[in-house]
Write a protein that binds this ligand. Sequence first.
Ligand SMILES: Cc1cc2nc3c(=O)[nH]c(=O)nc-3n(C[C@H](O)[C@H](O)[C@H](O)COP(=O)(O)O)c2cc1C
Length: 190
Amino acid sequence: MTEKMTLALIYGSARQGRFCDTVASWLIRELETSDVFSLTIIDPVRMKSARGDKSAGPAEWMERKVAEADAFIVITPEYNHGYPAALKEMIDAVYEPWHAKPVAFVSYGGASGGIRAVEQLRQVFGELHAVTLRDGISFAKAWSKFDAAGNLYKPEEMRAPLFLMIDRLTWWARTLKYARKATPYNEIAA
Ligand SMILES: Cc1cc2nc3c(=O)[nH]c(=O)nc-3n(C[C@H](O)[C@H](O)[C@H](O)COP(=O)(O)O)c2cc1C
């Protein structure tokens, strides 16, 4: 059996009472039985609490989390036509560990479903030598799509786009993992 790759779910919101937890919990339920990926979570609330951790400050914590991951899904809301500052703080905390790794997006918000936040994030990840996926999931009026227990009213509708995104993320994760091993990315240009 081939070893599982590590997929990091990056929470975009640090707001108290955030809807991010509802979307992330749905995603975790869909992916936790994956044969391809084991899941890990990168949460700005956890990064903040690492400030008080003497063994690893926020940057070291983030460095380790990004370095150990083979692929990422950013779960982001839209704030004023952009993405949250807490997400940018986490992304900017490290540089090289992002290189030559794939990033997919699950976005949510009001009418736009967070897609304006995602388009801005593509620019940011381009600068970090990461590869962003065309395929993503977007929840417009997200709060109307989930019941009070956090379950989607129409889970089947989301599975086809979600697993198409995951299949393509798997392709990129495998391909880039192999390529990074064959030729370390930082060795191709001095
Ligand atoms: C400061 C702020 C700005 C927002 N701006 C937008 C926006 O520009 N477009 C949109 O579709 N929704 C917007 N919303 C709605 C959020 O996307 C929605 O409330 C979402 O659930 C917030 O995510 P969170 O609860 O995980 O923090 C905004 C919400 C906040 C708090």
